[in-house]
Every structure is written in structure tokens, then in C-alpha cells.
Design a protein around this ligand. Sequence first.
Ligand SMILES: Cc1cc2nc3c(=O)[nH]c(=O)nc-3n(C[C@H](O)[C@H](O)[C@H](O)COP(=O)(O)O)c2cc1C
Length: 203
Amino acid sequence: MSDPVSPRPSVAIAYHSGYGHTAVLAEAVRRGAAEAGADVAFVAVDTITDEQWQRLDDADAIIFGSPTYMGGASAGFHTFAEATSSRFVEGRWQDKLAAGFTNSASKSGDKSNTLAFFAAFSAQHRMLWVSLGLKPGWNSSTATEHDLNRLGYWGGAAAQTPMDGGTDTVHAADIATAEHLGARVTRQAALVAAGRAALAATV
Ligand SMILES: Cc1cc2nc3c(=O)[nH]c(=O)nc-3n(C[C@H](O)[C@H](O)[C@H](O)COP(=O)(O)O)c2cc1C
């Protein structure tokens, strides 16, 4: 993890995307984190390198992303998750912050399962889960599909993209919600680092 007195938290985004939609969201998470002041590592988990594994190990926070395939995270993400088992044994990611995002074709599409998996996976690594931190959008007669968190998730950022649409069809509100997640995790990581530094100064 970064120096506890550093004001610039290190945030890694570890994602899989089969057809590019989730990659658009990952870019949005990256933008939100960078604009909030993070030093961002951007990792496509199906092509992860030794250097990128090191960036994950060094990060203050890791934000996981995957499309929802067959009611859960994709096989590409699961391959990565299983490859982290030595880190799980060693507790190498213990006390890092964690968060997640997903995308699917259906409005629901069982995305909750994917976010719940990310939370369980993070808990196995003894990480600290950061929720989306937004009220639900698009849930009253005056609300619209352009609201942040238009799909009404709490565990993480969720998006819906037509399965036959190009990467330009990822919904602007979902992109903004993903940017929010990146910024929120960055702020929480800065707070935790500051708190740890303050505690360390008292002993
Ligand atoms: C193998 C497979 C399984 C899928 N399963 C689901 C699903 O369970 N629920 C859903 O809503 N969409 C499902 N979809 C649609 C994808 O979630 C959707 O196309 C998504 O935008 C793909 O993201 P990507 O471009 O990052 O791969 C599935 C697509 C594939 C290829």
C-alpha cells in the first residue's frame, strides 16, 4: 500500500470485458478515480502482467469489474479470481478497500449476483467493501432514466447495455455512476490512509 501519509491513494481497477461494454465502464471508473486524485492502475485481468499483479499488491484499493454472464461474473474474471488464491492464503490484500461494478443486457439480468460475488471475494481476501453510496434513481414519477444509479443498486455500480449495441451504446447515466464509484473509492482510500497515519502518530 502507498505511504500512509501520501495524499494520493493508489487505486487499481481489475476488470474483464468480453465485448467491450464493461471496458467502457472501467474507463469511467478510472476517470472518476483520477479526477478525485488517485494514482490509477488499469488492469484487464485476462492479459494481466507480472508488473500489473504488483500494482494490485501495492494498491490501497482495488475496484473489480466484470460483465454478468449466465447470472454471475464472467469466466474471464473467475480465472483471475482463482489465480489470486496464493494472495488469499498470504493475506496480501488484507485491509485494502474493495468495490465493484458490472454490466448486463437485461435491466436486472441477475447483476446482484455478480456484485455479491465481488463482495464475497473481497471478504475472502479480508478487504474492506465500499458500497456505491448513492440513493436509487429512476424510481418515482418525476425521476428519469438519466439519473445517477438509474438501476437502483447499492452494493456497487450496475449498468445495462443492449447486447447487440456497440460500445457507444453504454448509457450515459451508467457511465456517470461508474465515475462516481471511482471517485468515492478514491476519497474513502484517502480517508483511511489519513486515519491510519493519524493513529500511527499516536503510538
Ligand atoms: C455468455 C454470456 C452470458 C450472458 N449472461 C447474461 C445474463 O445472465 N444476464 C444478462 O442480463 N445478460 C447476459 N449476457 C449479456 C451481457 O451481459 C451483455 O452483453 C454485456 O453488455 C456484455 O459485456 P461485455 O461487452 O463487457 O462483455 C450474457 C452474455 C454472454 C456472452
